[in-house]
Ligand binder design. Structure first.
Ligand SMILES: Nc1ncnc2c1ncn2[C@@H]1O[C@H](COP(=O)(O)OP(=O)(O)OP(=O)(O)O)[C@@H](O)[C@H]1O
Ligand SMILES: [Mg+2]
Length: 324
């Protein structure tokens, strides 16, 4: 494949996804990267800042990563496209992938924190805002050898102790014999994590926290586990999702507070679900629910199921109920 075919392929993909063609800078950037040139060199030739080129590139890599199901970067762009996009194949046709939209800013932030050396990031936010979805989707694009997922019990009394979780990861997922002591098991786990790129998701951490955000006394094993997971030598990343803040000051972990989806994303989502929606019409709903992803999903589901996909009738009924 040559660079012209690659540009043509990406352009068609972009039109399918966003309705827009590649702009001059994007085309220039792809050509230069094909030749192995650096961001700073591309920026100098295009008379713009390196930061601007990086921002444009990041958005494009994000789109390509989502569509191709593997993490695309400047370094692997050529090889990935050569595998996916032969001149004879058209870009994947658009499927209604409305399960994960509108998280470009959050993804860029997670990328940035990881580049800065963070190995464990706690994604915080209210129920239904989209923490688990973001964490799962993000890890999928991280190019990991393996992803370990732990969903914490909703009841504090039902939480599986960290000792058992680590034992299970070692036996089942890593095919390594756990140690007799927790400390030894953790050492074995760490040895794996610094030699293999392993992504970890610890989902719904809040039942393990007390009011101050400290890990409850019955589950202090998680402090030891997190001490390993926050080690900067690790090749992979751990994402923890929690409705509440995790305040263990000895641990080197970072918090990222996730907000609701923006108004345009709500509109895109409604449109994907065949509901005609202008931003003006959905603005009040978006405001009431603060862009909450779960609310968006439930409202759209109601409109489809009970209002024949007609937003105006739904809104009118909603107003009627409120005035009763
Ligand atoms: N970016 C997104 N695009 C489309 N749908 C989304 C997005 N994020 C979340 N959703 C949908 O919203 C719902 C709630 O998302 P999710 O379970 O990730 O929230 P959460 O913050 O983890 O909630 P909880 O605190 O209850 O665990 C899910 O059904 C999911 O499919
Ligand atoms: Mg969740």
């Amino acid at each position: 494949m040559n660079v012209d075919t690659a540009i043509d392929w990406i352009d068609r993909l972009l039109v399918l996804e966003t309705g827009k063609h590649l702009n001059d800078l994007q085309i220039f950037m792809i050509r230069q990267m094909w030749l192995g040139r650096k961001y700073i060199e591309i920026a100098a030739d295009y008379h713009c800042t390196e930061g601007h080129v990086k921002d444009i590139a990041a958005a494009l890599w994000q789109l390509l990563s989502q569509r191709l199901g593997e993490r695309v970067t400047k370094t692997n762009l050529k090889s990935i496209l050569q595998r996916h996009a032969t001149p004879m194949t058209s870009p994947p046709t658009k499927i209604a992938n409305y399960q994960f939209i509108g998280r470009e800013v959050a993804i860029a932030k997670l990328d940035q924190l990881i580049q800065q050396g963070q190995r464990t990031i706690a994604i915080l936010g209210e129920g239904g805002v989209g923490k688990t979805t973001l964490a799962q989707q993000y890890l999928k694009t991280c190019d990991c050898d393996l992803i370990l997922e732990l969903s914490m019990a909703k009841e504090s009394s039902q939480i599986t102790p960290a000792e058992i979780v680590v034992e299970e990861w070692l036996w089942q997922d890593l095919q390594i014999e756990p140690g007799r002591e927790f400390g030894v098991s953790l050492l074995r786990l760490k040895r794996q994590l610094i030699t293999r790129k392993i992504g970890i998701l610890i989902d719904n951490f809040e039942p393990a926290l007390d009011r101050e955000g400290r890990i409850i006394s019955a589950q202090r094993g998680y402090v030891e586990l997190l001490r390993v997971l926050t080690d900067r030598q690790l090749l992979g990343v751990t994402l923890i999702t929690s409705r509440d803040r995790l305040c263990e000051i000895d641990l080197n972990l970072t918090h990222y507070r996730l907000s609701g989806l923006d108004l345009t994303t709500w509109q895109t989502y409604f449109n994907y679900r065949q509901i005609e929606a202008t931003t003006t019409a959905i603005l009040p709903l978006h405001q009431i629910y603060g862009g909450n992803a779960k609310a968006m999903e439930i409202i759209a589901g109601n409109i489809c199921a009970d209002f024949d996909s007609d937003l105006a009738t739904y809104l009118q009924t909603d107003r009627d109920h409120q005035s009763v």
